[in-house]
Design a protein around this ligand. Sequence first.
Ligand SMILES: [Zn+2]
Ligand SMILES: [Zn+2]
Length: 393
Amino acid sequence: MSTPSLHDAVQALAGETIHLRRDLHRYPETAFEEHRTSDLVATRLAALGLQVRRNLGKTGVVGLLDSGRPGRTVLVRADMDALPIQEERDTPYRSTINGKMHACGHDGHTAILLTTAKIFAQSPESLSGKILFLFQPAEEVGNGAAAMLSDGALAGITVDAVLGLHLTTELPVGTVAARPGAALAATDMFTIQVVGRGGHAARPQETVDPLLMAAHIITMVQSLVAREVDPVDTAVLSITSIHGGTTFNIIPEQVTMQGTLRTFQPATRTMLQERLGTIVRGTAQTLRGEAALTWQEGTPAVVNDPEMTERFLRVAREVVGPQRVLTPPPITAGDDMALWLQQAPGCYFFVGARNEAKGIDKPHHHPQFDIDEQALPLGVELLCQGIHDFLRS
Ligand SMILES: [Zn+2]
Ligand SMILES: [Zn+2]
């Protein structure tokens, strides 16, 4: 399909895409409970004649479009989950579910990918190879992709390239952004349990004070990023909660702390995990106590293949013009798109959805979050052109 006719096909379906997004927006479903969304996706993919598999990672769905002609296989991913937030923006399509809303744009991602599937299903003659349309649950809690993979979402499929997008109100509508290399951070969570010996606050010599240990640990930890991480690499190490003690005259037995580590390079991640453990244990020991560090490993960094990302950026410049294509700095948030990008080289890109004139300027996860729906057809066109390009070897 030539570029003008693809643009026309996308525009002809713009109303339907917006309608679909509004429908999804009215019925937000949080992680692993995307039952209505999953039914809607599977029904539509089946109606398009795709080979549909369901219940992958509870509510995940894949639809395979096989041209019957030899070629590469491109995986395209959308996430489907909403957030436990009460919507505060008054629109005709506002959430009808109390305490839940699509505050990250995943309703838009699902609608964009369904329209993309429709466009390819309508003109299979334009295609050689296969496209795997993948609808993922539970991105917001970080383990939807892992759940789909462990249920065999890619069993028997060799993926050659991976593509996905995220709408963003960080960028104005009409713009596109992609960063070659590490684009989003690996996100790990940790818990530190500091153990001393409790007693009367008036007789500290008979106690081992866990609060003092915790205070030193917090201070020591801040030297890691400042003194042990290469300044041209980057990392975040934050202690975000501290709990211990009950009243003014008791030194408690224990203090519990939690925090997060964000890194871009696997070696930096490993180094900081090890060094944090050393500091936690060593500081406690120095002050006559003990401390244990436990990790809840999150997703790895989202790494865009440099060559595939250059290819996508070239496509994007043709679609929106070179001035509207940006290369953003790395983002210290995470996304389990990382796991799909570990399957094959690919690109995860951002589509601007901010429009101040329409009052659409709230950050993601905000109760008044919304997207400029003009970003939806643009997202479809970018995915279609990107898929066409990635199908070429
Ligand atoms: Zn989010
Ligand atoms: Zn999101």
